[in-house]
Design a protein around this ligand. Structure first.
Ligand SMILES: Nc1ncnc2c1ncn2[C@@H]1O[C@H](COP(=O)(O)OP(=O)(O)O)[C@@H](O)[C@H]1O
Ligand SMILES: [Mg+2]
Length: 257
């Protein structure tokens, strides 16, 4: 385990390509200093978990990665592009390559599952024949284990199923990077476990590189190739689940108790 690393580099999972680099990121809201020189590297093919207390800036961090928030200072490079420097057009193009599962990833309640999944294709002006669209919809549903739900309404589905459909809607664009913001929050332990396993399956099926923000340690244990602990606005510690679990550091211990 490295503590508060200035620059991280460990063995790559597939290779040493870095698909996201966050370097000395600062973000405040008024006098609330949230990120205070945060560093992170996401390597190609890995699942990187970011742990942090509620309100520590985890959502702010991933919003900076997709250009939903503008950093005060520092570098946020995603797939080789410097996010804060992109214009709206360039940002839209890049966002097609990034899947974002929001904390409350709401489905459109008045649309069927199929219509919900078709929505990202239309929004990004991706023109396909009816047959091709159907194939993409069914492929995405198959990969989250819910082909049978294609004609259902969201209200007919359980919380775990809605989470899966939200994920399928993101996967339909075949993202290179997945950003999960608290994917298991609000789910019971058994469903949380299923979603965690699904995140690992998606890593392999879609060859994604992913950041998973969570404070669910059971989820972290299942999905993480590496973990980062965000404390006081910085990357306080980095290592595997097992590395960090053995730490006696009083700022790390509470996550494992
Ligand atoms: N758009 C915003 N305007 C003002 N304050 C914000 C905004 N977004 C987040 N914050 C503040 O930043 C801090 C970190 O928030 P957040 O990243 O959502 O925490 P979490 O780690 O729980 O995801 C909190 O104090 C929150 O109130
Ligand atoms: Mg959050």
């Amino acid at each position: 385990m490295e503590k508060n690393p200035k620059h991280q580099s460990t063995e790559g999972i597939i290779n040493d390509d870095k698909v996201i680099i966050v370097n000395k990121l600062y973000k405040s809201f008024g006098d609330n200093d949230v990120l205070k020189g945060f560093n992170l590297d996401l390597k190609k093919g890995e699942n990187l978990v970011v742990l942090g207390k509620s309100g520590s800036g985890k959502s702010v961090l991933i919003k900076c990665m997709v250009g939903l928030l503008y950093p005060d200072d520092g570098e946020v490079a995603v797939l080789g592009k410097n996010i804060p420097k992109l214009d709206q057009d360039e940002l839209d193009h890049l966002r097609v390559r990034i899947g974002f599962l929001f904390q409350s990833s709401a489905l459109y309640d008045s649309m069927t599952v199929r219509e919900n999944l078709e929505f990202p294709l239309r929004r990004h002006w991706i023109s396909k024949s009816k047959e091709e669209v159907n194939e993409l919809v069914m492929e995405a549903l198959k990969n989250v284990g819910l082909e049978d739900a294609v004609d259902k309404m969201p209200s007919e589905l359980s919380g775990g199923m809605r989470k899966r459909i939200g994920l399928a809607r993101t996967l339909i664009l075949k993202p290179e990077i997945m950003l999960y913001d608290e994917p298991t929050t609000g789910l019971d332990p058994i469903t949380s476990r299923e979603i965690s396993k699904l995140i690992v399956e998606i890593q392999h099926t879609y060859q994604t590189s992913s950041i998973i923000i969570t404070h669910d340690m059971a989820c972290a244990k299942i999905v993480a190739n590496r973990m980062i602990i965000l404390v006081d606005g910085i990357c306080y510690a980095i290592g595997t689940y097992n590395d960090l679990e053995q730490s006696k550091d009083p700022k790390i211990r509470p996550f494992f108790e």
